[in-house]
Design a binder for this molecule. Structure first.
Ligand code: NAP
Length: 355
C-alpha cells in the first residue's frame, strides 16, 4: 500500500518538530511537505528550525525547503497536520479543508465548533460522524478534525472510564504544566527558573469546557455536552515535558478506590482494538508507588502516548483523588493528531484528494 503523503503546518515549532520526529518511520504516512511562517518560507528546514526534541532531526526533513501555509503550495499532500498558533490556524485550516484536504489540527480555533469533531480516539470515536455534518453544512470535500488542549487530552482519557462506570458529578483539577507547553522559545528563563507561575493565559476555560464536549453524547447532527462541573487551576512549572494533574472527583454512583483503579486498568479503546500504529497498549498505566507519576520518570510511557495515573486515594471532600501525567507534546499534541488521523484512515475517511 502506498503511504499517504502528509504536510505539516507550523513544522518548525515545538509540536511541529514532534510531528516530524513521530512521522519519520510511520507505516502509513510519509512527510511530503513542511510549512511555516514567512520567517521560514523558502529556507532549508535543517537551517531555519531550532530543533529542540531529543532525537536527531530526521535526514529527509533536514533537506526540505519550507513552504508557505497555502493549499496550492502543498498540492502533493492529502493529509495536513496543523501545529499553527490558535490565532492564525482558523482561516488557514478552513482554506485547506475547502481545498479538499483532510486537516488534523492541534490548534484551539475549531475545537468547540459544533460540526468539528474534538477527538480522542479511545474516548469518542463515534464523534467522527460529525465529518459528514461538517462537509454538508460547509460545502467542503475536505474536513477538519481537532484534538483537545494538551491538559485535556490526558485528563479526558482518565475521566472517560470513570464517567462511563460511575458517572462524574464534580471534577476539581490542579495542573503543573511543562515549559514546552508554551511553544518555543516560550517562557523566558528568568521567569521560569526557581519559580511557579500560577497563570496560563486562556488555559483554565479550555480545561473547564473541552472535556464536556469530549465526553458528550452524539445525538443526530450534534454533540450533547456532558453536564458535570469542572473547576481548573493551571500552573506553569519549570519542567521540560509532561503535564502533571492533581484531580479530585465526586461520582453519581458510589465508587471505592479499588473500583476506580480497576476501571482505569481495564480501560481499552477502539485504537487498541484496531491495533492502530500509535495506540499505546494499555492507554492508562496505574502505578502503586506513593511518589509516582513524575514527569522525568513517566512521560515516555507507551512512547509518550500512555497516561500514567498514581496516588489513587479517598478524598475527604469529594470521593476519590489521584495524580495523572501526560506527555504534552506527544499524547497532548503531535501523537494525538497522528492517532486521530490513523483512526480516520482505518475508517475510510482518507480516500485521496480529487482536485
Ligand atoms: P510554537 O512552538 O510557537 O510553533 C508555532 C509554529 O507556527 C511555528 O512553526 C511557526 O513558524 C508557525 N507560525 C507562526 N505564525 C504563523 C503564521 N502567521 N503563518 C504560518 N505559520 C506560522 O507553538 P507550538 O507549541 O508548537 O504549538 C502549536 C499549536 O499546537 C498551537 O495552536 C498550540 O496551542 C497547540 N498545542 C501545543 C501544545 C504544546 O504542548 N506545545 C499542546 C497542545 C496543543 P515559524 O518558525 O516560521 O515562525
Amino acid at each position: 500500500m502506498d503511504k499517504v503523503k502528509v504536510g505539516i503546518l507550523g513544522a518548525t515549532g515545538m509540536v511541529g518538530q514532534q510531528l516530524v520526529r513521530l512521522l519519520e518511520r510511520h507505516p502509513w504516512f510519509e512527510i511530503a511537505a513542511l510549512a511555516a511562517s514567512d520567517r521560514s518560507v523558502g529556507q532549508v528546514y535543517g537551517e531555519v528550525c531550532s530543533w529542540r526534541v531529543s532525537a536527531d532531526m530526521p535526514a529527509a526533513a533536514r533537506e526540505m525547503r519550507v513552504r508557505p501555509c497555502e493549499p496550492q503550495a502543498l498540492s502533493d499532500c492529502e493529509l495536513i497536520f496543523s501545529a499553527l498558533p490558535g490565532d492564525v490556524a482558523g482561516s488557514i485550516e478552513e482554506a485547506f479543508a475547502a481545498a479538499d484536504y483532510v486537516v488534523s489540527s492541534n490548534a484551539s480555533s475549531h475545537r468547540m465548533s459544533p460540526d468539528v469533531p474534538l477527538l480522542v480516539p479511545e474516548v469518542n470515536p463515534d464523534h467522527l460522524a460529525l465529518i459528514d455534518v461538517q462537509r454538508r453544512r460547509r460545502g467542503w470535500r475536505g474536513f477538519i478534525v481537532t484534538n483537545p488542549n494538551c491538559t485535556v487530552n490526558a485528563l479526558g482519557l482518565v475521566l472517560k472510564p470513570l464517567h462511563d462506570r460511575f458517572g462524574l458529578r464534580t471534577v476539581m483539577v490542579t495542573t503543573m504544566q511543562a515549559l514546552s507547553g508554551a511553544g518555543y522559545p516560550g517562557v523566558p528563563s528568568l521567569d521560569s527558573l526557581d519559580n511557579v507561575i500560577p497563570y496560563i493565559a486562556g488555559e483554565e476555560p479550555k480545561v473547564e469546557r473541552e472535556p464536556l464536549k469530549l465526553l458528550g453524547r452524539l445525538e443526530g447532527d450534534e454533540v450533547r455536552e456532558a453536564t458535570f462541573a469542572i473547576s481548573a487551576q493551571c500552573h506553569r512549572v519549570a519542567t521540560r515535558d509532561g503535564h502533571l494533574e492533581s484531580v479530585a472527583m465526586a461520582f453519581e454512583q458510589p465508587a471505592t478506590v479499588e473500583e476506580v483503579k480497576d476501571a482505569l486498568r481495564e480501560f481499552r479503546g477502539l485504537p487498541q482494538e484496531l491495533g492502530l500504529p500509535s495506540a499505546p497498549q494499555p492507554p492508562l498505566v496505574v502505578r502503586e508507588e506513593p511518589e509516582r507519576p513524575q514527569p522525568r520518570l513517566d512521560r515516555e510511557a507507551g512512547g509518550g502516548m500512555a497516561v500514567v495515573v498514581g496516588r489513587v486515594r479517598p478524598c475527604p471532600v469529594l470521593h476519590v483523588k489521584l495524580t495523572l501525567l501526560g506527555h504534552n507534546t506527544v499524547r497532548g499534541a503531535a501523537g494525538a493528531a497522528i492517532l486521530n488521523a490513523e483512526l480516520q484512515a482505518a475508517q475510510g475517511y482518507l480516500r485521496g484528494r480529487t482536485l
